[in-house]
Write a protein that binds this ligand. Structure first.
Ligand SMILES: [Zn+2]
Ligand SMILES: [Zn+2]
Length: 307
């Protein structure tokens, strides 16, 4: 592992404000793309079987998103209020969940049942199918509150997958024009969740810009580089890479709040996908753990009890 101190100031790499798209909602095929990337990364990977399973799950998410029901959204008044006060419109914990997310979960479980799965995953599907509405809501609430350790490791990916589809659907229905900026630049402007990772983009006005990718609704939003996404400090920022890597993934750490977030560089690998590449680079998390730094955002497919 090596580290380098910053040599450029925040904002120095940016195109002038106003020309930069602040927000990019997830594309309709976000889960399909994720499935493809997971499959690609699963080849010759030490936990390829899990990445392969998640590829099947992401494909199921894609099918469910494609046929998602019409659901209630914030009213025009609520939207205006959120924009005015810099609050997320679809707050992960505050938003009253429609039953449609549980229908989405059932549909995901149904898709997954048809796939060849390891025994614990099949058992989790059978168990989740029997849970009451209240029990499923309880799991969802814990997951959205960030209490990942209290959610069963086998249940987590399925419930997380269903919540992601529901939130991604709502975000897409609201549309980019509806979303305002939040007070805290490191939280998703749509749902207030922490990012799973950041992506340094290539091409056009977005060349070299950093976008954070939401761990829940897959929205990407712009944040200047060399700035901690957790506490917004611009001092004590360091970068770590795995020995022998191609530099496509770095951990950006912050001494002020002792956290880190991975950055994925499209310039080094233009296929990077936040959720998938974050999972496939678990070795970097293990190294960061040794430095005493904690993740600045969750990956909803990475159970805290699994390492
Ligand atoms: Zn979000
Ligand atoms: Zn910080």
């Amino acid at each position: 592992m090596s580290s380098a101190t910053r040599i450029i100031e925040p904002g120095q790499l940016e195109a002038p404000a106003g020309q930069i798209p602040f927000l990019c909602l997830a594309e309709q095929d976000v889960f399909k793309q994720r499935a493809e990337r997971l499959l690609q990364l699963s080849e010759q990977h030490s936990f390829g079987a899990y990445l392969n399973f998640l590829a099947t799950l992401a494909q199921a998410q894609h099918e469910v998103l494609t046929h998602f029901a019409t659901v209630p959204l914030p009213s025009a008044e609520q939207q205006a209020l959120c924009r005015e006060h810099g609050m997320p419109m679809l707050g992960a914990q505050a938003w009253h969940r429609d039953a449609a997310w549980r229908d989405g979960l059932k549909a995901i479980l149904h898709h997954m049942k048809a796939a060849p799965l390891p025994a614990p995953a099949s058992a989790a599907i059978a168990r989740l199918m029997k849970l009451s509405e209240a029990e499923l809501e309880e799991i969802a609430s814990k997951l959205l509150a960030g209490d990942l350790a209290t959610v069963g490791a086998q249940d987590m990916p399925f419930v997380a997958a269903a919540l992601q589809v529901y939130w991604t659907h709502m975000a897409r229905e609201l549309g980019e024009h509806a979303i305002g900026k939040l007070e805290q630049g490191g939280l998703c402007p749509v749902c207030g969740s922490h990012p799973v990772a950041g992506i340094v983009r290539i091409g056009g006005v977005q060349q070299g810009l950093r976008y954070l990718s939401c761990s829940l609704c897959a929205t990407e939003w712009h944040m200047v580089r060399i700035k901690c996404s957790s506490c917004e400090s611009t001092r004590g920022i360091n970068y770590y890479v795995l020995e022998g890597s191609n530099g496509a993934i770095k951990a950006e750490s912050c001494d002020a709040c002792n956290s880190y977030l991975k950055l994925l560089y499209m310039e080094k690998d233009n296929q990077v996908e936040a959720m998938a590449d974050d999972l496939a680079s678990l070795a970097l998390d293990v190294l960061m753990d040794e430095t005493g730094k904690a993740r600045g955002g969750p990956n909803l497919f990475f159970h805290p009890g699994s390492v």
